[in-house]
Write a protein that binds this ligand. Sequence first.
Ligand code: IVH
Length: 683
Amino acid sequence: MQRAQAAARIAALTDELHEHAYRYYALDAPTISDAEYDRRMRELESLEREWPALIRPDSPTRRVGAAPQPGFTPFPHPAPMLSLQNAFSDEELREYDERVRKGLATAGPVEYVAEPKLDGVAIELVYRRGLLEAASTRGDGLVGETVTDNARTIKSVPLKLRAQAGAALPDELVLRGEAIIHKAAFERLNRQREEAGEPSFANPRNAAAGSLRQLDSRVTARRPLEVMLYAPGLDVPGLDSQLALLEWMRAVGFRVNPLSRLCRGPDEVLQAYRELLARRHDLPYEIDGLVVKVNRFAAQRALGEISRSPRWAIAYKFPAVQETTRVEDILVQVGRTGVLTPVAALRPVRVGGVEVSRATLHNQDEIDRKDVRVGDTVVIQRAGDVIPEVVAVIREKRVGDPPRYRLPDTCPACGGRAVREEDEAAKRCSNMACPAQLRERLLHFASREGLDIQGLGEKLVAQLVERGLVRDAADLYALDLPRLAGLERLGEKSAQNLLAQLAASRARPLGRFLFALGIRHVGEHVAGLLAEAFGGLEALAAADEEALQAVPGVGPEVAGSVRAFFAEPANLRALARLRAAGVEPQAPARPGPRGTGAARPLEGKTAVLTGTLATLDRRAAKQLLGALGAKVTGSVSRKTDLLVAGESPGSKLAEAERLGVRVVDEAGLLALAREAGLEPPAP
Ligand code: IVH
């Protein structure tokens, strides 16, 4: 190939690859396959190897990272990088709007742009004649750290901008945005780090900051950073509003958050806040609030700034999902299958509007990995419907050298030997007669998804076990008024109700009975499948692994565990005792309960509403739950199947989490309705 030909091909490939990167990263609308993109990239790489003098400064091959730097070069910002004032309530947001209107001396509604507040690390990009010239972190707001080589490795940072009508490309362009790492990429990154024996990052923000501030840009190149822009560093001539800026930035090649929107006045801003809050946990990246900006640049200039924050913008923060607090103690809970679960007892803190005083530590491996010790200051997290967990220890705050924590070798409930089987994360109490296991098994047996024995709650079960009145589920059916008479907090009326409930529970559907038995890996859904497929306990007990696996939805794990259950003489004795006590699960009517059931996914379930929902009012939400088959009650108990939590959920959410009740937000409820083919009622 001649030099001229090579130069032409290199130029064509460079331009083409920029175009495709733009379609991919900025527009989310690629027009060629990843493989095709890679092929062209390789062709360009090989031409550049042959003709190094022809490499263009904006070549997309230059994203691999450069040699390590001895330290960061200071980067004086062309204009200070300010921070934002915060609002924490609707009221504070309205007060802010009043200040803005006063500042602008207008009575009418102000135009705002409401944008997701990305939870990453701020970055400033400088372009000269359309080419990326420099990148910097925020630093102290006046002087940042130069991270140009690092920024070049981030695919969503264009190396060359697209020429554009509207505002022409100024000679010098300074723009700002956020470098973030997506939640899924963060999980992957942490897994890799753990495998490599490196400390994991506490959250995506720390991971993003750590990845951007690397002296060796080859490390940054391997990190899944993404940059979204949201602000000018210097005025861009020809643009007169934030909305126009966002559009223009997208047109010249940047990634811009598609959820940003124009709001007229505070009501629309509050609506945007609620909608974003409801979607928060469904977004692939973390956000921690809504940034509200006065749209018109002329109005922004008129408002000016005060003590390092602009008067033309405010961050309306979401309730935090992470908090730091102290581990006061590490307790051990014994589950139904004997698993010992370590739980951190915390100095209570509010996380996401709920007071949290316990967080799970999962198992010994997790404790070792995070090295959690009593007395440590830790980051805890409570996101969406997951139970609170300890995310990381803040090592700098550790005082002295407290001993490492080890799960006990004996069960804290019964003193039985606690053992950890090979290839199991969990340590289990090996005592079949452990009262803690028995209590949990009985509660599971009586749960709503199980035999639904109302009135058989935690306190009562504890007494029955403690007094030796109940040693297994069959003993429940031997209870009578005289035996229940001496129990605390159980009047005669409640005792009678309980006996009636027990009587009724003898004839529950087979699927519920199978679930109630607590066979490993047999949840509500699988229990229903097995009941439908085998129609009776005898047929199921006789099924071999092959027959079990022939049931759609049943894999080797479930099949093995069902076989193991029926191979255990103690289980067969327990089943015989239940039969003798008159427990006779009902075979499913054939054909199976399809059709109506599919449209009423919450049939027979109890739901509770709490907090304010963004689009549905209480009446509408109740109506929708009813249409899905649920009964709506006022308070959360062990019998609650579902909590629908809106904004400011309060104590019901905490209670639901303590009891392990499924929690959904409004988006989750609407998704259920959609799946069932229901239209949400008009508010
Ligand atoms: S505008 C003067 N818009 O929040 C305001 N900031 O304390 C310039 N942030 O350091 C920032 N998302 O890192 C703006 N859509 C957004 C943002 C955003 C996240 C961060 C940014 C800034 C901090 C404010």
